[in-house]
Ligand binder design. Structure first.
Ligand SMILES: Cc1ncc(COP(=O)(O)O)c(C=O)c1O
Length: 396
């Protein structure tokens, strides 16, 4: 018998969302219309001027390896946007690197920072790869409850109880996947104070930094003295509808970038060179495309929140202020989120993700992503309303 695969993969499953996606595809192959509320990516095309820059880059022969930390023009463009959008000063030569999306930014961060057994406080529920990336880096993800009535902010009292001498970092992710919650400046300050008081590194996942509806974005790195303590993991994926391009970044103190670039040299070598030229055009070119996408998301969000608010057996705590997610709670006694999400998919043609796929803090919820057309939002929510009426009758 051939030697087996490594034990480190024992607890590394495929993401829960993948199963939903596969089943939705099967149903579509049978000719059924499925509303894809499960997908966590903008449904827009990448704007034309960004694609045009890649075509030019290809014509100009930008087809060879790039520097390990990314092409200088992209690091400079990232520094420019950090300054312009977040009032942060990062040195593009030493404090910024390009990564394969926000996801690789997270992996490089954990691999650079964690020793075996080091602990990281993560939100529960959260984007699944947080926990898995920490585990693969030899660390321990300490799932910490969130407070739905406070925009899904950390329960810092609970977080305090979970601290140990091995706690090294805490993650913030605002706007938050899967809930759409956005932290206020005051809440960000509280988590910043918590990190300082307990000498933790603050890892800020800023994947949705341009996707806010009411408030403005606050990065923890803007608080006095915090740039030295913060690792920003960012991405162009959501802002410019570029999920397939795999361009993200880390902005962090020089020694952390130095370590992550050493890893990058040994893992990816470098990122796709011509895609990086497209990314420069995204960051330095006209930003109206982002505004146009966000105003369409805002229109859908309004519809989704209005319709969800009228569905029996579902409750939204607060109103999700960012990203393109809603995270309603199922309030019918004796009815679980898996019963509802399975029924929705198999009998009503609506794909949503069971909240438990994001950690047990998501039990009794589902994530609905309104990255589908306005019309599909309406049809999908009408279907959800019918199914919930049926479950409401059943639970009487
Ligand atoms: C919170 C969060 N961080 C990071 C990512 C990774 O995005 P990408 O690797 O496409 O940049 C995602 C993607 O869904 C996300 O939701």
């Amino acid at each position: 018998m051939l030697p087996d695969i490594a034990n480190r993969l024992d607890n590394i499953p495929f993401a829960g969302i993948r199963k939903v996606f596969q089943r939705a595809n099967e149903l579509e192959a049978q000719g059924k219309k499925v509303i894809h509320f499960e997908i966590g990516r903008p449904d827009f095309d990448t704007p034309g001027h960004i694609k045009a820059a890649v075509k030019t880059a290809l014509d100009n022969g930008h087809v060879h390896y790039a520097p390990n930390d990314g092409i200088p023009a992209l690091r400079e463009a990232l520094a420019m946007r950090l300054k312009l959008d977040k009032k942060l000063n990062y040195n593009p030569q030493k404090e910024i690197m390009v990564t394969a999306g926000g996801q690789e930014a997270l992996y490089l961060t954990f691999l650079s920072l964690l020793n075996e057994g080091d602990e990281v406080i993560i939100p529960n529920p959260c984007f699944g790869p947080f926990g898995l990336a920490i585990q693969l880096a030899g660390g321990v993800a300490v799932k910490t409850p969130l407070l739905p009535e406070q925009n899904f902010f950390y329960d810092l009292e609970a977080a305090k109880e979970l601290l140990s001498p091995r706690t090294k970092a805490i993650i913030v992710n605002s706007p938050h996947n899967p809930t759409g919650g956005v932290l206020t400046a005051a809440q960000m300050k509280e988590v910043v104070d918590f990190a300082c008081r307990h000498n933790l590194i603050l890892i800020s996942d800023e994947a949705y930094d341009k996707m806010l509806y009411d408030d403005s974005f606050v990065s923890p790195a803007t608080f006095p003295g915090m740039k030295e303590r913060t690792v920003i993991c960012g991405t162009l994926s959501k802002t410019y509808a570029m999920t397939g391009w795999r361009i993200g970044y880390i902005a962090a103190p020089e020694h952390i970038i130095g370590a992550a670039v050493r890893l990058q040299q040994n893992i990816m070598l470098s990122l796709c060179t011509f895609a990086q030229h497209g990314a420069v055009a995204a960051l330095t070119g006209p930003q109206e495309c982002v505004e146009a996408m966000m105003s369409e998301f805002a229109r859908r969000r309004k519809l989704v929140l209005e319709m969800l608010g009228q569905i029996p057996g579902l409750a939204l705590t607060g109103s999700p202020g960012g990203a393109f997610y809603a995270f309603p709670k199922i309030t019918l006694p004796g009815i679980s989120s898996s019963q509802v999400t399975d029924y929705l998919l198999n009998h009503a043609g609506v794909a949503v993700v069971d909240g438990s796929a994001f950690g047990d803090g998501g039990n009794d919820h589902f994530r609905l992503s309104y990255a589908v057309s306005y019309e599909d939002c309406r049809i999908g929510l009408e279907r959800i309303a019918k199914v919930m009426q049926m479950f409401a009758q059943r639970s009487l």
